[in-house]
Design a protein around this ligand. Structure first.
Ligand code: ZN
Length: 423
């Protein structure tokens, strides 16, 4: 049985809309044509007045932090982590992490995000939520180095996690998640990279989110940040670096030949006053840039539409050049670039690609008229405009109704957890 999406609009590379029939089978986009015919057992979706595009790729988040949304705002990063976030996280039970992930997944599916890259602990609970809901994810248990013995133990746990979940249901991929340069020394990361290379998985790492990381690196390791990456062998790995706010233009150029993907998180960086990553310049220097929301304690939502719009507007504003981060390029960063960074063949509506797709209702005042699809996708669309979300050829939301999540139950559980956390 396949999914037949009848008479839906696609965005042509020119930005113009074109009406097509689209057929999904075995998790992939099988065919796109002016007219197709459904088989008897196919699920038929009416695409009339709808726009079919790739789902969005949220390439950096800590999903279960939905539980901490709004618990502490308006504080600098270090103080925020050490005094507000980490003490509450200590109260989290594994099952809480599961419910936090369920809540985050519900929000993402409702907003048209079809894949996310996560770093948290215990990541098994996030994996369980992904497996139950059918969203796609690249999951990394967060690693913080305390001492040699504990470091070894955590690394082993991470390897076990990867062996358990890598490739699960064709939905889950895994990664190592050394937290940051101020929580993991380069020798430790070197060991991690060795395992990551052996297992052929990504390394997901926070890097230069705050300016003081540069001083910390020099004082504690006698290295500048780029030499830290080299010493840690991160340039030899497939590495997703979150933030990179304080990379210099020269550093961004030096990183561009490597399999380094910078996950840009504009909202979180603004809210924590971490700064503004000048990604228009990074892109010009050849650095590969993708987009994420970061956790909801520092965003405070998982809205990738807002993230894409903000990314584009900020770069136009700080560069004084309205031509940078145009709508088409921005949408590619929100979708295809993200999938590429996670080593997945998705992010575009083309035959042979993953059937990770969303339908957007065009019959609304704010999306009428429509001259250029990319323009509306980046500058106008909101999460509520997404009517249907499909991941791997499975419908996870239709007509705004979640089909794999009991939304009321999740909300109730999370309210109970929040009451306990506040005590
Ligand atoms: Zn983060």
């Amino acid at each position: 049985m396949g999914i037949f999406i009848k008479g839906t609009y696609l965005v042509h590379s020119s930005g113009k809309l074109e009406k097509k029939d689209v057929y999904l089978k075995e998790g992939k986009i099988e065919s796109i044509a002016n007219t197709l015919y459904a088989y008897e057992n196919d699920r038929v979706i009416d695409g009339n007045n709808k726009l079919l595009v790739s789902g969005l790729a949220n390439c950096h988040t800590h999903l279960s932090m939905t539980l901490l949304r709004g618990i502490a705002d308006d504080i600098p990063l270090k103080q925020w982590l050490e005094n507000e976030i980490w003490p509450v996280e200590e109260k989290l039970k594994p099952e809480d992490v599961y419910w936090g992930a369920m809540l985050g997944i519900a929000e993402m599916i409702k907003g048209g995000t079809t894949v996310f890259a996560d770093m948290y602990f215990p990541e098994d609970e996030v994996a369980r939520a992904v497996a139950e809901t059918g969203i796609r994810a690249c999951l990394a248990p967060g690693l913080i180095y305390q001492n040699a013995e504990n470091g070894e133990k955590k690394l082993k746990e991470n390897v076990n996690f990867i062996k358990k979940w890598e490739g699960w249901g064709n939905l889950i991929t895994t990664a190592f998640g050394p937290h940051a340069l101020y929580t993991c020394p380069p020798e430790y990361i070197r060991e991690i990279v060795k395992e990551a290379t052996k297992l052929d998985v990504l390394v997901h790492f926070h890097f230069l989110e705050a300016l003081w990381e540069r001083d910390y690196c020099l004082k504690n390791y006698g290295l500048n940040p780029l030499d830290f990456l080299k010493q840690a062998h991160l340039l030899d790995a497939h590495t997703l670096i979150a933030h990179g706010v304080h990379l210099t233009p020269e550093e961004s150029r030096n990183l561009s030949p490597y399999k380094i993907y910078l996950a840009h998180n504009p909202t979180s960086n603004l809210k924590l006053s971490s700064g503004i990553a000048p990604i228009a310049g990074f892109l010009k220097n050849g650095l590969k840039v993708v987009l994420g929301t970061d956790g909801t304690a520092s965003n405070n939502d998982l809205d990738m539409w807002e993230e894409g719009r903000l990314m584009s507007f900020i770069q136009k504003g700080i560069s004084g050049d309205p031509t940078v981060l145009n709508a088409e390029e921005s949408f590619k960063i929100m979708t295809n670039n993200g999938y590429n960074a996670l080593k997945m063949k998705g992010g575009v509506v083309e035959e042979g690609y993953l059937a990770d797709l969303i339908l957007i209702d065009l019959n609304t005042p704010h999306l009428t008229p429509i001259y250029n699809g990319f323009s509306h996708l980046v500058y106008v669309v909101h999460p509520e405009d997404v009517t249907t979300t499909i991941v791997g050829g499975k419908i996870l939301m239709h007509n705004r109704e979640l089909l794999t999540i009991d939304e009321e139950k999740v909300l109730g559980k999370v309210r109970d957890i929040a009451r306990r956390l506040k005590q």
